[in-house]
Design a protein around this ligand. Structure first.
Ligand code: CO
Length: 134
């Protein structure tokens, strides 16, 4: 069912420093910071030949990644995102398999303007999983 790895998201305490690490130490192509107020994050996209890394930093009050950064002050991997062709079909299959969908179970528009859902980490090897319809 799942297709390509769309991105790995990493929460960072200092976005400029993280962008610099990826651009200069690792020699990757990085974007300018992009504020996504609806999602409570500022993000820098790292373009790799086969996928993306998204560096995330909290934006505004009540950011969904604020608590994560409190618990992981030096940052850390936040989620992986797999592509699916049909998010509603994917959701129904996951529910049938006993997996838990976070939130109300209805897809939301994600950071790339496409429908996404998040799956409970306890059902997926301790990793928060995002699925995105592409
Ligand atoms: Co994501």
């Amino acid at each position: 069912m799942i297709g390509r790895l769309n991105h790995v998201a990493i929460v960072v305490p200092d976005l400029a420093a993280a962008a610099n690490t990826y651009a200069n130490t690792l020699g990757a192509q990085v974007s300018e910071p992009l504020e996504l107020p609806d999602h409570g994050v500022t993000t820098v996209f790292v373009e790799l030949p086969n996928t993306k890394i998204e560096l995330l930093h909290p934006l505004g009050e009540g950011s969904p990644i604020g608590k994560f950064l409190e618990k992981n002050p030096s940052g850390g991997m936040h989620h992986v995102c797999y592509e699916v062709e049909d998010i509603l079909a994917a959701r129904d299959r996951l529910l049938e398999e006993g997996a838990r969908i976070l939130g109300d179970g209805e897809p939301k528009t994600g950071a790339h303007g496409k429908p996404v859902l998040f799956l409970h980490p306890k059902d997926f090897c301790g990793t928060l999983v995002e699925i995105e319809q592409v």
